[in-house]
Each structure stands twice: as C-alpha cells, then as structure tokens.
Write a new protein. Structure first.
Ligand code: URA
Length: 432
C-alpha cells in the first residue's frame, strides 16, 4: 500500500516515482480513497519538478487503468479517427471537424474536456445545445458512431475517471500548464477512447498553455511519443493562439460559428484550421486517399451541405436540438468602439478569454455554473483596418454592468497601430 504523502514529498524533492506508485495513486484517487488536497499537492510538485518520459507514460497508463477502454476497431470494423486540441480561446474546431469527417464517411469518436482556466472546453460548448447529452455509456458511444457516424462525449465514469476529477482539480489549483500533465491527460483519453489515428492541435502563444514555440514542440513531441508507444498514429498541428480562433468566444456563440462554418460561412482563420485538421484526418483514415484528395473531399462536404446534415444527425443522435434558434441568447448585447483609426496590431487571446470568463462563460471555481449565452464576438482581428468609432467587438452579457466591465477588459486586449502587423498563418507547422 502506497503512502501518498511520501510520493508527494519525493516528487517535491525532485525524485522519481515508479509505474506501480503512479498506478496506486491514480486508482486510489479514482476510488475516492485519496483526497483532492493530496492530488493538488502532487500536481503542484509535478508542476515544479516535472515528470520523466517514463513517468509521463506510466501516469498516462495509470489514468487509463482507472476505467474501461474501448476497442473501436473490433466494435465497428473500421479505423476510427479522433482529434484533440491542447486548449485555447475560441477553439470550437472539433465541433466543425467531426461532422465534416463523418460526412466524408470516416467514423469520428472523441472524448472531450471542459474549460480550463481562460480556455473554453468542447463539452461546455456542446451543453449550450438544449438536450445535448455528453455522458454516453460505451455501448451508446459505439451505437451512435455506427448510426450517426460520430460522437463527442465526456470522460465518463467508465472511461478515464481519474482524468475527469484531476482535470477539474488542476483547473482551480494553477497546475494546468505542465506539459507532462497535459500530455498524460490528453493521451489517456485518446488511447482509452480507442481511436487508431489522432490529429493533435497543439496551440502556441498568449492564449495557449504553452507560450513559446519551444514548449509547444516539447508538448507535441511528448504526445507523439506517448501515442507511438501505445501503437497509435499521431500527427500534430502546431497552431497559433496569440489571438482567439475565429470570432466567437463563449459557448453558444461558438456553436453558432461552428454551424456557420459548416455552411461555408466561417471566419478565414477558423476555416483554415478546420480544413487542415479535417483533411489530415481523412489522410490518416482507412479511405486510402492522399492529402490533395482529402482536401478536395473536405471542401466538397462543406459546399454540398453534407457537413451540415452530418452535424444535425449527430446532435439529434445525442439528444440535442440542432436548430440554431434553440441556442440561448444573452439579454444584453453591446459594442466596443475603436478609440482611433488604424490596424489591429494585437488581439490578446488571454484578455479576451478572461473577459468571457468574467462574463460567466467559464468557471472561476470548480463547481461554478456556466452561462452558455454570454461571450464576445471579435468583429475585428489582427491585421484588420479600423476607422475611429468602428465596432471592434460585440459583448454578449447577462447585465449592463457585466457588459461594461467586459468592455474595459476588452479595451486592453486590442492594440491599434498605424502599420499592419506582419501576416501570419494559423497552422505554423505539421509534426508527424
Ligand atoms: N486538454 C486536456 O484534455 N487536458 C489538459 O490537461 C489540457 C487540455
């Protein structure tokens, strides 16, 4: 029997833990035999001391062992693909990518997480759709992928229960941005979820957990290594998170933007990422097509309406109402005007994420309720030219007072300059 305090102490002092110790720690936590406060201290020790490659793999395996694993290949007789992002502001990519991939005839199954810190979570976004059920049993997940072509679910009691608890705990103990913890958390869900091929969107920049390209590359390589050791095909897209992705930040607003994108009306940066991730997934799938053919099929699914149909089929299958008018809307909508003419030189992702969080779109404590209607629409983004007095963004709030507070925060997110900033792409690199 392990003594958690001894493991915490050893990690705090820079020592190494064995796979058996990490397994006992995770199993004890998932069974409620080890309390939150000891895991909080453990995560903080890991934050400062790090984990070795072997410890990171052992932690991922230990987390997987706290629940069931799904063998989608046997259940479906197909190669199932999955995509995951390390977390950012305005990142609703999976909600658009899943239906596109499903529309192209490739089964898509994904386990997602909730918002962490200033970043949003796919599950929180999906819960803004009335009736949408994020907790499916393994049997329901398999049945749904068979009938509707795709599913996005939470880490349930059945699958990686340790991550579900740890994720919420890390969110409120400032222990999110450690690459071993992020890699083990993401890859445990991916491996347990049974997908054979995975596209990882590793975000870098102000609004990402990894601020520098070097750290993001380390995270990408850690996840590639975990995937390789577990016998999965993994491709990492290194993508820009210096400004929010797309225009919408906030749960229901982001669902609307994902639907618009499936209709072929998405904002350019978001479309670029959705096309890149979807075509990579098709290339990895069992369709046996190359990158150019994949891209063509993805563009066709957007143009011929089959991606929107796949979205509607999926949302209905998961109990939700796919009609956009069913989404909640905020009672107060106000604008923020540009104080001067010029170009948007910067649009700080963290500031926008925090403004949305303070409006109620995210959690400040573990059990906070989310307001799905509120958030920010960034009408102008980096590189855009604005006239004095023109609206930079739209604030969707519960009260006038909350809107006024958000306006102040957003004012500092926008930096206006005389010259346009250098052009930059969303997809910085592809690491395979
Ligand atoms: N996404 C996850 O699934 N886990 C993390 O730890 C961070 C982002």
């Amino acid at each position: 029997m392990i003594r958690p305090v001894e493991l915490i102490e050893r990690k705090r002092d820079g020592g190494e833990l064995t796979p058996h110790e990490l397994e006992e720690l995770m199993l004890g936590y998932a069974r409620d035999e080890i309390p939150d406060y000891q895991l909080a201290a453990f995560c903080m020790a890991v934050f400062f001391r790090g984990l070795t490659g072997a410890e990171t793999y052992a932690l991922m395996e230990a987390m997987i062992k706290t629940g069931e694993t799904v063998d989608l290949r046997s259940a479906l007789g197909r190669k199932v693909v999955d995509k995951h992002s390390t977390g950012g502001v305005g990142d609703k990519t999976s909600i658009a990518v899943g239906p596109i991939v499903a529309a192209c005839g490739v089964p898509f199954a994904k386990m997602s997480g909730r918002g962490l810190g200033h970043t949003g979570g796919t599950l929180d976004k999906l819960e803004s759709i009335p009736g949408f059920r994020i907790e499916l049993s393994t049997e329901e997940l398999i049945e749904q992928v068979k009938s509707a072509g795709m599913a996005i679910v939470g880490a349930t009691a059945d699958l990686v229960p340790a991550d579900k608890r740890l994720y919420a705990l890390r969110d409120v103990t400032a222990t999110v941005d450690n690459y071993s913890l992020i890699a083990a958390s993401i890859m445990s869900k991916k491996i347990a979820g049974g997908a054979e091929a995975i596209v990882l969107d590793v975000k870098v920049g102000d609004g990402a957990f990894m601020k520098s390209e070097a750290d993001a590359r380390t995270l990408a390589e850690t996840m590639l290594e975990l995937g390789r050791n577990a016998g999965r095909e993994v491709v990492c897209l290194l993508t820009d998170m210096d400004q929010p992705l797309g225009r919408a930040v906030g749960n229901a607003l982001e669902i609307r933007e994902a639907i618009a994108t499936l209709r072929g009306e998405g904002p350019p940066d978001f479309v670029e990422l959705v096309l890149a991730a979807s075509s990579r997934l098709l290339t990895l799938s069992d369709l046996g097509i190359d990158e150019a053919e994949s891209r063509e099929r993805v563009e066709r699914a957007l143009a011929d309406g089959s991606a929107v149909e796949a979205y509607e089929r999926w949302v209905r299958a998961q109990g939700g109402d796919p009609d956009e008018s069913a989404l909640p809307a905020a009672p107060v909508v106000s604008g923020l005007a540009a104080s001067r003419a010029g170009y948007v030189a910067e649009l700080g992702a963290v500031r926008v994420g925090q403004a949305a969080l303070h409006l109620g779109a995210g959690r400040q404590a573990k059990d906070d309720e989310i307001d799905h209607a509120v958030g920010v629409l960034c009408l102008r983004k980096r590189g855009d030219r604005v006239a004095q007095g023109e609206a930079l963004c739209e604030i969707h709030a519960r009260t006038e007072e909350a809107a006024a507070d958000a306006a102040q925060e957003l004012e500092s997110a926008y930096v206006l300059a005389d010259e346009p900033p250098p052009e930059s792409a969303v997809v910085i690199d592809v690491i395979a």
